[in-house]
Design a binder for this molecule. Structure first.
Ligand code: ZN
Length: 346
């Protein structure tokens, strides 16, 4: 994007704190007054959260269960949401992605109510969907509002919170890739949005020990950092500050080793290796991920060595327009294996 201008789309409001789920009715009132609310919910949303949402919205909303982040689920939500006032996505990744895209296509306001903090999609303008012609995220619109109840998010499994730390740390190499692309091809580079994304990575790199205990204060910092990373993408007008070679690696793993590991876990592992290629302190990345309890070895997420090697070699092919360190350093099977071995990933 070097045409001299770009569009920034940002969330309008964020409500964050303990117990704020009870304020969901007020929070969505401008879109829901006198109109139906459709809730796209993940299948693992607890009955306690469901009751809290019903109570907060007073008029019982239409619940649509999201079982996968794919076109079929987006269409199901769209069918229910025709004529509604807004869509609320309640859950982890899938329901937020599906709700966001359904709302975008229907031109309805979308509210994000994350029940875990496992990736930055809770605030970003992007949605990841399976079964498309490309394995990376689609541009939609950011949520109008994000309601993050720290009580709910802090009670999510630790693995999800650690995965969120993996997605945060990945901003380190994403920004390095962006700077590289700017130098090599003159692609637009926004230093403000880059700094904002790096602040999110820094939270993990500098405070991994205390963060990894996942007390409520830490969970709140983690959620704010994830929201802020999504906002950085909104300011950049692209996913550049949040997604580089480590995300390409993760997306490729999605294809060769489906259903293995969470998005943030794979991105974290990718960041260790891409950091080494960029000549930055990959040991610190690895140690930070370990401190928060995120995986640093492929075997921890049941991925085979050969799948790591293949993903390293082919990652850049899934998105040739995105210049990253993998465009500069063309890894062979041999050099990819060496990279993965020398960083302890395999
Ligand atoms: Zn991500």
């Amino acid at each position: 994007m070097d045409s001299g201008y770009h569009l920034m789309e940002l969330p309008t409001k964020v409500l964050i704190g303990e117990g704020v789920i009870s304020k969901l009715g007020e929070f969505t009132r401008e879109s829901s007054a006198g109109r139906r609310v459709v809730v796209a919910a993940g299948s693992n949303v607890t009955s306690k959260v469901r009751e809290a949402v019903d109570l907060a919205l007073r008029k019982t909303p239409t619940w649509v269960e999201v079982v996968a982040a794919d076109t079929e689920n987006v269409e199901r939500v769209m069918a229910e949401a025709a004529g509604a006032g807004c869509i609320v996505g309640v859950g982890g990744g899938k329901s937020v992605d599906v709700g966001k895209l359904a709302a975008f296509r229907l031109n309805l306001p979308f509210y994000s109510v994350p029940t875990s903090a496992s990736h930055d999609g809770i605030s970003s303008p992007f949605a990841s969907l399976k079964g498309l012609d490309r394995p990376y995220s689609l541009m939609a619109k950011p949520p109008v509002g994000i309601l993050a109840d720290i009580d709910v998010i802090a009670s999510a499994p630790r693995r999800l919170l650690a995965s969120g730390c993996g997605d945060l740390v990945s901003k380190l190499t994403a920004v390095k890739d962006w700077q590289l692309a700017h130098r090599v091809s003159g692609e637009y580079y926004g230093s403000y949005s880059a700094s904002l994304a790096l602040m999110s990575a820094d939270l993990v790199l500098r405070r991994s020990k205390s963060l990894g205990r996942f007390g409520k204060g830490s969970v709140r910092d983690l959620v704010e950092a994830l929201i802020s990373a999504g906002v950085a993408a909104g300011i950049a007008g692209s996913s550049r500050p949040c997604s580089g070679s480590e995300h390409l690696f993760s997306h490729y793993l999605d294809m060769v080793a489906p259903e293995r590991g969470l998005h943030g876990e794979k991105c974290g592992i990718g960041t260790i290796m891409m950091a080494k290629l960029h000549g930055v302190d990959w040991r610190k990345v690895r140690a930070s991920l370990k401190n928060v309890g995120a995986p640093v070895e492929a075997s921890e997420i049941d991925v085979r060595d050969s799948q790591v090697v293949e993903s390293l070699v082919k990652a850049s092919s899934i998105r040739p327009d995105r210049y990253t360190i993998l465009s500069t350093i063309r890894l062979t099977r041999k050099s990819a294996r060496e990279l993965a071995e020398s960083t302890g990933v395999i």
